[in-house]
Design a protein around this ligand. Sequence first.
Ligand code: ADP
Ligand code: ZN
Length: 683
Amino acid sequence: MAKKNTPTNNVGNNKPTDPKKPSTMGQKPTSRFNPMYVYGILLIAIFAIQYFTSGGNPVETSWQEVKNTMLKNGDVEKIVVVNKSQSDIFLKEASYEKYKSKFTQGFSAPAKIGPHFFFTIGSIDVFEKNLESAQAEFGENAKVTLTYEIRHDYFSEILSWLFFPLLLLAVWFYIFRRMSKGGGSGGNIFNVGKSQAKIFDKESRVSTTFKEVAGLAEAKQEIEEIVEFLKNPERYTKLGGKIPKGALLVGPPGTGKTLLAKAVAGEADVPFFSMSGSDFVEMFVGVGASRVRDLFKQAKEKSPCIVFIDEIDAIGRARGRNPNMGSNDERENTLNQLLTEMDGFDTNSGVIILGATNRADILDRALMRAGRFDRQIHVELPDVVDRKEIFMVHLRPLTLSDDVNVGFLAKQTPGFSGADIANVCNEAALIAARKKKTKVEKQDFLDAVDRIVGGLEKKNKIITAEEKAIIAYHEAGHATVSWLLEHAHPLVKVTIVPRGKALGAAWYLPEERQITTKYQMLDEVCATLGGRAAEELIFNKISSGAQNDLEKVTKTAYSMVCVYGMSEKVGNVSYYDSSGQSDYSFSKPYSEKTAELIDAEIKELISVSFVRAKDILRKNKKGHKELAELLLEREVIFTEDLEKIFGVRPWGKKKEDEEQPIEKVKPTPKKTSKKDAEIAPEA
Ligand code: ADP
Ligand code: ZN
């Protein structure tokens, strides 16, 4: 892996200590000045002063004793009332010796000048009255000077003032240290606003090339142009053209966006800054904006270079969508800073920004306008041909047995992203190794696919015989209905081995189609309801196992009515907001009456499909039963078994030929195509 290099280390923070380095070489760095020592010395000094200046402490006594002994005998010189709450007694010099025995009680004997005794008084008025009456009683003897004093205990007062600010400061330090950990040298608070971009430059060069990126032909073509810009900017600027500032890679996760960006850097041989959108976001105001500024500053220093911001939707989400949420302010500031920076640098400065997101629809429009991310490059899920190429890239390092056919693997993995395929290859190798094989075989790949789609096999999940029968008939119901409907996806495999959370699963081979017709969707709904229909027909009771199916059916029905305008009664309307600009969650864009109509239509659609599924199963009761029994016996059944029971699908064969087009005509990348959930395990 590339070394994590944080260039912020040598900006500023270390400067004060650097000049000292030579003088401390070869010896202990004792000369280094540490402010902590000063605080320590100061504290000790304060305690010392407190201790020495106060001398010994006066001994506690009571008014009774003062009156009946000291005043009576005329031993008291003066009384000082301190802070209205304590009386300090000063003895006459001549009488000091008389009380010496009492002084030893205390921590240390009181100083000769006094005060020698003290007692606490409740109220000054009472004290004065008592004193007056004592003086009246004892006459000349009890004559004392009475003074009042307000004494400040500066030490504890200052301490109580400082306590909370100090506590706050400590907490603040702690948080900043933690925050800046990712950003730099052992957590310096000044690194908080620094960008945390990883850079790959001269020392840790990106070695990814276009060869490692399989498929993605159009994306590659567009991105190759960016490499050209970086390599020969003059060729474009000479003719007066401007080099684009940025390109946005849009596509589902794992389709190779990061890989493409890295390949650009690798091919153009320029430094590559990589950062995730969420790295900008911190709970402190202004940190995100400051990080953006810092990132661009660094990038300009290293120009020409590429700045890659992954998950750019974390900061680039449309502004002002949830105006009530206070937390949005900080993100907006960050986004504004990003926009400013992108406008700010010269087009010919050689910094190209690549952003990646899988949600281009929620991005702020300002981000996408020309002059910022001028280009949008769509990175789609790979089709059969692309998957084959991706497999070839990732199979290269594996030791394969002869029965592994790349075309077959590509066909078995519809809907897989590049990352999934990489995962399949790795998983297959691990499975083969676990079985102590010397080569990775076809079966290992199939197991890996199963595992990735469905999760780990749960062999020890306890299932009763009755439950197992229900699951078998349920899955057989799906298989039967989908096999017999023209537009439903043909089945690849049914299993009743529990995996992950699902108790059984039916996998289909979807056609890779770009638009879906109403008939296809209706058949899909019907096949999905096949499971519950079977339960009702065979056992005359329904189970909770169909929850997943029902959820899927409801979603499909809803989108048929509200998104694709496929309901006659509701009409050709679509309430889907692809721009994501307005929030429909609070106010629906249709009336209550329409809402009722929509509900009724969805219900109607589903119940008609359910009746249809039951019909099909009733008519093919024998086949369904045979299939379920086979499933109970073998736990897994394949296309061939279905062909044996129901015969070859008359329309299925034709599709098979279309499945592998030699030269696939690709849709224009801008068009967002509705793809079905391609491989769909279901409960
Ligand atoms: P994204 O950034 O789109 O989420 P990545 O670029 O991080 O996806 O891809 C993750 C991994 O998937 C890559 O490291 C690579 O191994 C594999 N991968 C994805 N797409 C491809 C592809 N077109 N060709 C080869 N490998 C790919
Ligand atoms: Zn089901």
